[in-house]
Design a protein around this ligand. Structure first.
Ligand SMILES: [Fe+2]
Length: 292
């Protein structure tokens, strides 16, 4: 059996995986082993990878089917499963992929405003700015465990309303320029998800309270919401449960949005950046997937 070597980067929450991804793409035993590592450590960092796009897609699809965006402007011209975030421009002046100057700066979990979020995420940095742009993840299993008992009892088993408009109001002005995109997103209906997710295999509970989208918790009075939501948001990003990653060229970062949150430092927009991203749907049989 393949033995995959890992080094903890933060408790059992974040591990570095010492494997060249192309070496395990066709090795089902190694993929199985990686899945069991990921179950315990929902953020995995693979450094200095040199991946073709088809390898990135094949690797991703071992974990779940890729979510394909309808936005052609941010898609890879080679693989519709991959989107780009970049400061670079094509020869005709269009940005390569999403400009992404302002998103991802505050703590959040991806797609929480969607009725059915795709919770698997891979971000692969092929060209990374030298300054700023560090990425942080926060362990939402630990956030749940650290909540006071009375707060746990108040929110366990309840659902929340998650709204894109809340995130929109927090984005910076560069993002607001894209009116067509904004109008589509703002017309999304509220999503309803449990605010505590339970892993179907391990039974571990994770707080699922994205500060950028969670509007209110059902069944709580206005006063209770006003008291509890700030507590949850503070707990979710508490420094004791966060890991900070300085990203270098070739780093591939993989995380499960069902039990983690992330944010990014501001970065220099005058330096070249090309990040490749896949988003994939995890099965509710094996992962913390929000299902109301
Ligand atoms: Fe994100």
């Amino acid at each position: 059996m393949t033995a995959i070597r890992t080094t903890p980067l933060h408790s059992d929450f974040v591990v570095e995986v010492h494997t060249a991804i192309p070496d395990i793409l066709n090795d089902p035993a190694a993929i199985q082993e990686l899945k069991s590592i990921w179950r315990k450590s929902p953020v995995m960092i693979f450094r200095r990878q040199a991946l073709e796009e088809d390898e990135l897609v094949r690797f991703t699809e071992h974990f779940g089917p890729c979510d394909k965006t309808v936005r052609k402007d941010i898609q890879s011209p080679y693989h519709p499963e991959i989107i780009y975030f970049s400061t670079l421009k094509y020869a005709d002046g269009h940005f390569v992929g999403g400009f992404a100057g302002g998103e991802d700066v505050d703590w959040h979990s991806d797609q929480t405003y969607q009725v059915r979020p795709a919770t698997g995420a891979i971000l692969y940095g092929t060209e990374v700015p030298r300054d700023g742009g560090d990425i942080y993840w926060a362990n939402q299993y630990q956030a749940w465990e650290d909540l006071p008992k009375d707060v746990q009892e108040l929110i366990d088993g309840r659902s929340g309303l998650f709204r894109y408009a809340k995130r929109y109001a927090m984005l910076n002005t560069l993002e607001l320029k894209d009116k067509a995109k904004a109008n589509t997103m703002l017309s999304l209906p509220d999503a309803r998800h449990p605010v505590v997710l339970t892993h179907p295999e391990t039974g571990r509970k994770a707080l699922y309270a994205d500060p950028t989208t969670l509007e209110s918790i059902e069944g709580l009075s206005e006063e209770e919401n006003a008291r509890v939501l700030p507590l949850l948001f503070e707990a979710g990003g508490h420094p004791s449960l966060t890991y900070r990653h300085k990203v270098y060229n070739g780093d591939l970062m993989m995380w499960d949005n069902g039990c983690t949150m992330h944010r990014r430092d501001n970065m220099r927009l005058d330096q070249p950046r090309l990040m490749k991203r896949t988003t994939f749907r995890l099965s509710a049989d094996a992962y913390c997937v929000p299902q109301a």
